[in-house]
Design a protein around this ligand. Structure first.
Ligand code: SAM
Length: 343
């Protein structure tokens, strides 16, 4: 058993398959990182996160301490000892996140992580009972910095741990049988990014609404929805009393004079610049909405170049919605979710 060993490195977690894009995003911000496990990059500490945080990183760990051990008890015990030492001189009197994750692609590793977590808690409870009782097994829902314990199993005998993390706010959402599409999960996840969701009586414009997952998500919260799409609504969005379905072109649609929407939703399968120029710019510049959730598909575009454009100081987001966040969310495929509020 060795614990911990080597020089702790900075680490980043992303969705498996997107490591190269995250490495390029980091490089564009002065960082250098290599993939050490599916979805996990390690590298130098120089990368400076853009305002609003990384797009492709689910987490940024300033110092990852490596652990190796042949058994569950060896890993869990060493981790508890390491944390107890790190907590010397610190007072823990509030709930703290204690999150165990297994990297994807290794069969059975999730169960191993759960077993290591149990062994860790047993040992920690013996050493620091009150601290152990305050542990919360989930990461905070909102994006930003968190302090606690973040553990990543990369193999049956290897793992990393960090006391601090920046978390991007990505989360797996629960499906709803009334939702007519899986897209529903994307907008549900985006509410966590903003820390807000449609409220009863608010007005939502959903461009490219069919079959109606996003529309259903807002309507089931009591918001009124203008759903714009030439295609049919289905499931819980079809004939919903709070939904008005307009068979119109999303790019030509304009609010009626004096009508301001609380939310703009936009989930079109379109070239991202076309959506930026044709929808995001006029809606933000015209202040036709207060908040927005827009999906930009980067499948046929250079995703990192698109990020640079979205973050450009003279760009529409910096100018009109400076706190807007751009993320590759858990429920995104080759696309970003852009969510923000107009200044
Ligand atoms: C990915 S789907 C939207 C899924 C939807 N967000 C949901 O939760 O069910 C894209 C939709 O955009 C619509 N669409 C594409 N171009 C459009 C346009 N110019 N005007 C209106 N709708 C458009 C398509 O008909 C399609 O229904």
């Amino acid at each position: 058993m060795t614990a911990p060993e080597g020089t702790p490195a900075r680490g980043w977690l992303c969705r498996p398959g997107f490591e190269d894009l995250l490495a390029r995003e980091l490089a564009a911000c002065g960082g250098e990182a290599r993939t050490v496990a599916p979805g996990l990059l390690a590298g130098n500490a120089d990368a400076r996160p853009p305002a609003g945080g990384w797009a492709f990183a689910v987490a940024d760990y300033p110092q990852l301490a490596p652990f190796a051990g042949e058994s569950v008890n060896a890993l869990g015990g060493a981790l508890a000892d390491w944390l107890a030492e790190a907590l010397r001189g610190e007072t823990v009197d509030a709930p703290w996140p204690c999150v165990f994750t297994a990297v994807d692609g290794v069969p059975g590793l999730g169960r191993r992580a759960a077993a290591v977590e149990r062994a860790f808690h047993e040992k920690l409870a013996r050493r620091l009972g009150r601290v152990a009782r305050l542990a919360v097994g989930e990461a905070p829902a909102t994006p930003g910095r968190a302090r606690g314990l973040f553990v990543l199993l990369t193999g049956f005998e290897t793992m990393f741990a960090s006391r601090d993390a920046w978390l991007g706010g990505q989360r797996r959402m629960a499906d709803d049988p009334g939702a007519p599409s899986r897209s529903y999960l994307k907008v549900e996840e985006a509410y966590g990014l903003l820390g807000r969701q449609p409220e009863p009586g608010e007005l939502v414009c959903d461009l490219g609404a069919a079959p109606g997952g996003w529309t259903y998500s807002a309507a089931r919260r009591g918001a009124r929805v203008v759903a714009v799409d030439n295609g049919p609504l289905k499931g819980g969005a079809l004939d919903h009393p709070l939904v008005e379905h307009l068979r119109q072109d999303a790019f030509a649609f304009r609010p009626r004079a004096g009508q301001a929407y609380d939310w703009l939703f936009c989930d079109l399968v379109e070239e991202p610049h076309h959506v930026l120029r044709g929808i995001v710019e006029p809606w933000l510049a015209g202040r036709w909405c207060r908040r927005f959730v827009v999906v930009l598909k980067f499948g046929r575009t250079d995703a990192v170049a698109l990020l640079q454009e979205l973050r450009a100081p003279g760009g529409v987001l910096a100018h009109l919605a400076p706190g807007a966040l751009v993320r590759h969310m858990h429920h995104n495929r080759d696309e970003f979710t852009v969510a923000g509020e107009i200044r």
